[in-house]
Write a protein that binds this ligand. Structure first.
Ligand SMILES: Cc1cc2nc3c(=O)[nH]c(=O)nc-3n(C[C@H](O)[C@H](O)[C@H](O)COP(=O)(O)OP(=O)(O)OC[C@H]3O[C@@H](n4cnc5c(N)ncnc54)[C@H](O)[C@@H]3O)c2cc1C
Length: 102
């Protein structure tokens, strides 16, 4: 009996790839007729990159993403308010990828 996944967003597609990887049959049901890229970005944090790496996608992500090393906030006058390291710069085994959502 196949696993039915309702919704082909990041969660649904990652679940489908993970099931496929371990040999479990699944079907993804998506309500929109065509998946189209949005013009916005997404930060995939190390725990997310870990899962995508397990699916063999790390090199493909790295080819189009920025491996973010630092998150910083500045005032409108350019004064640094706060900053912290991210991804491997913060000691994680996986990077943080800032990537186009499409
Ligand atoms: C502006 C913004 C910025 C964000 N930035 C980040 C970020 O930098 N980093 C981060 O980790 N997260 C970020 N998030 C959160 C992240 O985008 C969501 O947590 C993530 O996309 C959720 O994925 P999902 O697959 O659960 O849901 P969705 O991506 O919402 O996918 C759900 C899918 O299910 C489909 N669907 C809905 N109902 C049905 C139905 N009845 N039958 C069939 N299909 C259906 C929808 O069409 C859709 O394709 C951001 C969110 C927003 C709004």
């Amino acid at each position: 009996m196949p696993v039915l996944i309702i919704g082909g967003g990041i969660a649904g597609l990652t679940a489908a790839l993970s099931l496929h990887q371990i040999g479990v049959d699944c079907r993804v049901f998506e309500s929109v007729d065509a998946i189209e890229p949005l013009g916005v970005g997404i930060n995939t944090l190390p725990h997310a990159v870990r899962e995508l790496s397990e699916l063999g996608l790390r090199d493909k992500l790295a080819a189009t993403a920025v491996a973010t090393a630092r998150l910083a906030y500045y005032s409108s006058h350019g004064q640094r308010i706060w900053a912290e390291p991210r991804g491997e710069a913060a000691g994680y085994h996986w990077p943080q990828f800032s990537i186009h959502r499409g």
